[in-house]
Design a protein around this ligand. Sequence first.
Ligand code: PEP
Ligand code: MN
Length: 272
Amino acid sequence: MCKLASRAYKEEDTIVQVGNVLIGGDEPVFIAGPCSIESAEQVGQIAQAVKGHAHILRGGAFKPRSSPYSFQGLAEEGLILLQRAGQEAGLPTVSEVVSPEDVELVAQYVDMLQIGARNMQNYALLKKVGRCGKPVLLKRGIAATIEEWLMSAEYIMSEGNPNVVLCERGIRTFEPLTRNTLDISAVPVVHHLSHLPVLVDPSHAAGKWDLVEPLALAAMAAGADGLMVEVHNHPDEALSDGPQSLLPKRYCQLVEKAREIRALAKRRKTNV
Ligand code: PEP
Ligand code: MN
């Protein structure tokens, strides 16, 4: 079992600060942005469109694609564009790092580092982000149990970084009609076992934009500390994950509903 990440070790909820945003407190936190950063116009327009309904801007510059022939991201140029879009919109940023040698580069440009599902058990990468001094968004592995996921958080924390936020994004099951199966039960189970905040990414669970809202609302009802949602201004032309991306307007409507559900579901996490 995990130690530093466990509720037995630290009873009170951990609050992780990203820029001026607090994750894990009374207010739900919303992270929005494109799957991949594609151009200054694209990420800039999306940032402006979501800024009233998002706390943190996301966008991938190093993309862990299932096919080596798919768009791999703009790398450092993408990070520069994300940083600028975030500054102009007044939003801190999060972006994925896929290899240990890029941790310092990514950390120069973003407020939070994301570890993707495919890298949840890349222990060299986990140790490196444990020493980077920035908060980490740790996604659940595609076929990882909750205990394995918490052990990956433990890798980061045991290197001296207590600022870990967990993100449930769906797990692989036998069901082909969704991209992954969103494990809603992970939210209360993690709150019971761990003091770390847990967000839900309904986009990668759903795989289709019209399933994103119901999954997001279910996550809020289950007590998630917030959501991470993929948003694109032209989903049909997106270089990655267009089918699951929401238009900004639809995203903003989702956030309004998510806040209402969250207000109903509000409770002390330690009472689970
Ligand atoms: C992403 O957030 O763009 C991503 C690749 O997610 P995951 O690692 O959950 O598949
Ligand atoms: Mn994506």
